[in-house]
Design a protein around this ligand. Structure first.
Ligand code: PAF
Length: 283
């Protein structure tokens, strides 16, 4: 399996791949790969000749220094997982911070037509500028035909689609279903940091989303929100940061339901100091 830690060598290699007219899928990651990433890569392999997986913990998208420092970095294990999927059709790009940012580790500013002001944008200052900055740079280096993102970060997926539309980038952005553990917990690299009692408690998040979805069929969005908030007030370990029912396209909080719109419920929860997010389509 080819692993590039340097942008210049990687570009030379990719130019050769491109001149062979091979189609290129791209799965950007921050490493600590799990089955959720594997499912994105497998989809990429179905639709392209090769898949680039980038492994890069992007400093500019962290609003919390502690979270950046503690973010798991497990390149050797990541490569083992990738080798099981395909040794010759996957290429790994694991650049250094200096390779991507030089000595200027700051974000560009982006406008995503208001998508950035909702939910995660309210709670994670500068997060989507950081995501836009790294994705724009990576797309520029990799020049993929298609790029794959999980719906667990649904707002991120919408924002990347908006970035591509606004910058008119020649890449198709493909959203992929949330991958869950057997007990329902959405797969995330942060799950590995959960202490056992918090890992046991965490499936409560998805369970609550599923019941919220059932309730959304018969009661108002406000009432569902109140109900979810009560469930977390009663919970000893999990602390709700937000639960929001929003229009799936604008991501604006729903005031009054309409059968013509599609809605999603979004949730962010602290399990000790680990922040977990999840979401579910409601109709
Ligand atoms: O979803 C992630 O892991 C990151 O936000 C991404 C898209 C790789 C950008 O750093």
């Amino acid at each position: 399996m080819k692993i590039f830690k340097n942008k210049a060598d990687f570009r030379t290699y990719l130019d050769a791949v491109k001149s062979d007219k091979k189609s290129l899928g791209f799965v950007p990651t921050m490493g600590a790969l799990h089955q959720g990433h594997a499912s994105l890569i497998e989809k990429g392999l179905e639709q392209n000749d090769m898949v680039v997986v980038s492994v890069f913990v992007n400093p500019t998208q962290f609003d919390n220094r502690e979270d950046l420092i503690k973010y798991p970095r497990t390149l050797e294990d990541d490569v083992q997982l990738l080798k099981k999927i395909s040794k010759d059709q996957i290429v790994v790009f694991a650049p250094t911070v200096a390779d991507i940012y030089g000595d200027n580790v700051i974000s560009e500013s982006f406008s995503y037509d208001g998508l950035e002001h909702e939910m995660e944008g309210k709670f994670r200052d500068g997060h989507f500028d950081g995501v836009g900055t790294i994705i724009k740079r990576l797309f520029n280096i990799v020049k993929p035909d298609r790029a794959y993102f999980g719906e667990k970060d649904f707002q991120q997926l919408m924002i990347i689609k908006k970035l591509v539309e606004k910058l008119d980038l020649p890449v198709q952005v493909i959203g992929c279903k949330i991958h869950r553990d057997e007990d329902g917990l959405a797969m995330s690299s942060r799950n590995t940091r959960l202490k056992p009692e918090y890992r046991l408690a965490a499936p409560f998040i998805y369970k609550t989303l599923v019941t919220a979805k059932e309730k959304f069929g018969t009661i108002s969005a406000n009432k569902v929100t109140e109900w979810v908030e009560q469930q977390f007030e009663k919970h000893d370990l999990l602390e709700l940061e937000y639960f929001i029912i929003a229009n799936s396209e604008t991501l604006k909080t729903v005031k009054r339901k309409s059968k013509y719109n599609s809605y999603r419920a979004f949730i962010a929860v602290y399990a000790d100091d680990i922040r977990l997010i999840d979401n579910i389509a409601l109709n």
